[in-house]
Design a protein around this ligand. Structure first.
Ligand code: PMP
Length: 310
């Protein structure tokens, strides 16, 4: 059942466009029971040339990468085929802006806990959705905590793959954070260094320099590389390195970024004010640059957009 805030009309299921209510998966599906699925989170934005999907090829290449990391031997659709299917799904639903969710799950077998006794199945859903943490979060900023739940050790779960089962960790951390009165949780790795938050990557700004955790135990976010590119184009220095919890506390600014979150400032962490306690100037610059790019207002990065109507 979709949440009432989500509006969708048609879902692409294994090559066929079906009404959303008919896009169902049987209860006895092993991938659903064991969390064996991989997915993407992509967005289409309105532009002067109609809706455009942001960094579609990069997302679908990461989907293929996630399947490969998990161990699916072959995905029955190429990146190019999935690009076409995604664009068709957005067009069929008639949305100007939407969230896009391709999902590959283990179906037809797989009950003996091996991938090879089942088959990967693929669907693409799209929906209109209100923003991740509310529109005002962009100007107001977020209150976050460092979670008592650690991010996966990369030898235990594959953090570079967007595997459904990985998100149990995110759900527990975020539920715990919100029950404690915070908006988001920041997770440490098993050595105690910063990783990311539950569904977005993490950046610190200190002395004019932007720092982001290196990629050992995080999802290599597509927004993360977008923001790094845009920051460098604005003349800002960006460094990928290990950073610790106390680095957060003494930062001038902290922000999160991800497809759903876009760029969101963090004004308080663990009951400590970050910088001035307001969304800072570097975060604001990057928020503006990101919005320009996704809405097709930065010609330099037009190649990041796939227009739905050619
Ligand atoms: N980390 C995690 C755990 C995520 O779920 C996401 C969202 N996909 C991100 C980072 C940000 O990735 P992206 O910018 O590609 O959306």
């Amino acid at each position: 059942m979709l949440s009432p805030a989500m509006i969708t009309h048609f879902v692409w299921m294994e090559g066929t466009m079906v009404p959303a209510a008919e896009a169902t998966v049987p209860f006895l599906t092993s991938g659903f029971h064991y969390g064996i699925g991989v997915f993407e989170g992509i967005r289409a934005y309105s532009t002067a040339r109609g809706p455009a999907v942001f960094r579609l090829r990069d997302h679908l290449e990461r989907l293929h990468g996630s399947c490969h990391i998990l161990g699916f031997k072959e995905l029955p659709y190429s990146v190019d085929q999935l690009m076409t299917a995604t664009v068709e799904t957005v067009a069929k639903n008639g949305f100007d802006e939407c969230y896009i969710r391709p999902f590959v799950w283990l179906g037809d077998g797989g009950w003996n806990l091996t991938l090879d006794s089942g088959k990967p199945k693929l669907g693409i859903g799209v929906w209109q959705q209100s923003v991740y943490l509310g529109d005002e979060a962009r100007s107001r900023g977020l209150r976050a905590c460092v979670s008592p739940f650690l991010r996966h050790h990369p030898a235990a779960m594959m953090t570079k793959a967007k595997v459904s089962g990985n998100y149990v960790n995110s759900v527990m951390a975020k539920t715990d954070a919100q029950r404690g009165g915070f908006d988001e949780a920041i997770l440490l790795d098993p050595d105690g260094y910063l990783t990311e938050c539950t569904g977005a990557n993490l950046f610190l700004v200190r002395g004019g320099r932007i720092v982001t955790p290196s990629t050992e135990a995080i999802l290599e976010g597509i927004t993360r590389t977008t923001v790094m590119t845009l920051a460098r184009e604005l003349g800002l220095e960006v460094v990928e390195t290990r950073a610790s919890r106390d680095h957060l506390y003494v930062s001038d600014e902290v922000f999160f970024c991800g497809t759903a979150a876009e760029v969101l400032g963090v004004t308080e962490i663990d009951h400590r004010k970050i910088g001035t306690g307001q969304v800072g100037p570097v975060t604001q610059k990057l928020q503006a640059a990101y919005r320009e790019v996704v809405h097709g207002k930065n010609p330099k990065h037009d190649d990041w957009l796939t227009y739905v109507t050619p």
